[in-house]
Design a protein around this ligand. Structure first.
Ligand SMILES: Cc1cc2nc3c(=O)[nH]c(=O)nc-3n(C[C@H](O)[C@H](O)[C@H](O)COP(=O)(O)OP(=O)(O)OC[C@H]3O[C@@H](n4cnc5c(N)ncnc54)[C@H](O)[C@@H]3O)c2cc1C
Length: 381
């Protein structure tokens, strides 16, 4: 039992145990090290998740999916992240960022075309919002989509787009009206084989199995039936998904924290210095206690926010807090874990990998600063 399942339903416990077992079989430590060194996408894990039905979790039964509560999704994501954040990234980019948008705002034709194939692992998706000039300030994007007959022509540049290099389709946000701010934004489903579209993988500090990419659009022709959710409706649609995104990023952080606690504790219990196990030094046991508290706090925030969403609350305050607490606790846990393990932590392995992987948490998906702005606003200040 890697971590406690208090408050989980029997089905949620089963779900957690099943995905953990599947990933231990398909993506063992040896394979993780190999793929990480090659910066290779975990395709086998993607396909195994599809074959076991996990890529339908949260999507409608009509497309071959399984309906899920927000808590179910949080339980699932905590488990995938406990195994490795690359597994979470596979699920998030395809199902949460790709599938859920198409399910939520896509036309029946778009749903029929994309969702069964996505659930079966036959197509991969990624989401392209960020640009060099506008990350946090999404309303400032410059990529334009101009209507021409039955098509739109997209021109612009995106950056940091996770998994775009392996994706068959991108969900792209572009300006369709010269109106300022968020008013003229629209979403498109863009085939990555389209002429004029170029994708260049980037060289990140961590998470190297699920690379970020630069994406260039030079008059990319997109049929009008690939407009997702109506012209100039993009902003409202993006905002609608933020609570779920934040709660799942919080659950992901909880899983990563729990894994680091386990790695550091197991190693420290075996390590001997000055004739004693290092856990007998209070300086070490207190660091482990701090890691445990940071991890448990992340879990409590994530699951409380998920419960509120399931109860129908617009829990902006709670999902934002959960995102900050989880991602920042992860960074603290990585630092403590590294210190506990000394040189062994610094060398290639689960702790040094986690140390590099978790640092993006307070940056991506709404930075800690932006989240604190949202929290303060929710407090009426
Ligand atoms: C590994 C990785 C993967 C990513 N994957 C994707 C993806 O798949 N798709 C996608 O679209 N994007 C992706 N992103 C982009 C990510 O969402 C942005 O990096 C994030 O939104 C921050 O934008 P920025 O990097 O441009 O920083 P900036 O917005 O330039 O911010 C720089 C600093 O200023 C602070 N700041 C900015 N505005 C304010 C403010 N109003 N108040 C206080 N502080 C502020 C920020 O918090 C930050 O500390 C990814 C990024 C990374 C690093």
């Amino acid at each position: 039992m890697p971590y406690k399942t208090f408050g989980f339903t029997p089905d949620q416990v089963l779900m957690r145990d099943s995905i953990l077992k599947l990933m231990r079989d398909v993506l063992p430590e040896r394979k993780l090290t190999e793929l990480e060194a090659q910066a290779a996408y975990p395709l086998e894990a993607h396909q195994a998740m599809a074959a076991a039905g996990w890529l339908g979790l949260g999507l409608d039964e009509a497309w071959g999916g399984t309906r899920a509560t927000q808590k179910d999704l949080a339980v699932f994501i905590e488990a995938t992240s406990y195994h490795h954040c690359a597994v979470t990234s596979v699920y998030m980019t395809n199902v949460i960022y790709g599938g859920m948008y198409i399910q939520g705002i896509g036309s029946p034709e778009q749903q029929q075309r994309f969702l069964p194939a996505l659930i079966q692992g036959k197509l991969k998706m990624a989401v392209a919002y960020s640009e060099t000039q506008s990350g946090s300030d999404l309303a400032g994007i410059r990529t334009r989509a101009v209507r021409e007959g039955d098509d739109y022509l997209i021109t612009g540049q995106k950056v940091y787009i996770t998994n775009a290099h392996v994706a068959d389709h991108l969900i792209v946000v572009a300006k369709t009206s010269p109106e300022g701010g968020h008013k003229g934004m629209s979403l498109f489903i863009v085939d990555t084989k389209s002429p004029g579209l170029e994708i260049r993988p980037m060289n990140p500090m961590g998470r190297r199995m699920t690379l970020p990419n630069e994406v260039y659009f030079d008059n990319v022709r997109v049929p009008a039936n690939c407009l997702l959710g109506g012209e100039n409706q993009g902003w409202r649609k993006v905002m609608r998904g933020l609570n779920l995104e934040r709660v799942l990023l919080a659950a992901a952080s909880a899983g990563q924290c729990m894994k680091m606690v386990q790695v550091a504790r197991d190693w420290a219990k075996e390590r001997v210095a000055f004739g004693k196990r290092i856990t007998e030094f209070q300086a070490i046991s207190h660091k482990l206690a701090d890691m445990q508290m940071l991890a448990e706090t992340s879990r409590l925030h994530a699951y409380a926010a998920a419960d509120l969403l399931d109860a129908g609350h617009d829990a902006v305050l709670e999902t934002s807090m959960a995102k900050v607490v989880g991602s920042e606790n992860c960074v603290k846990c990585a630092d403590l874990g590294m210190q506990i393990m000394g040189g062994a932590g610094y060398m290639d392995g689960p702790m040094s990998r986690a140390y590099r992987d978790v640092r993006v948490g307070p940056i991506g998906g709404g930075s800690s600063e932006i989240m604190r702005n949202v929290i303060a606003k929710s407090m009426g200040v």
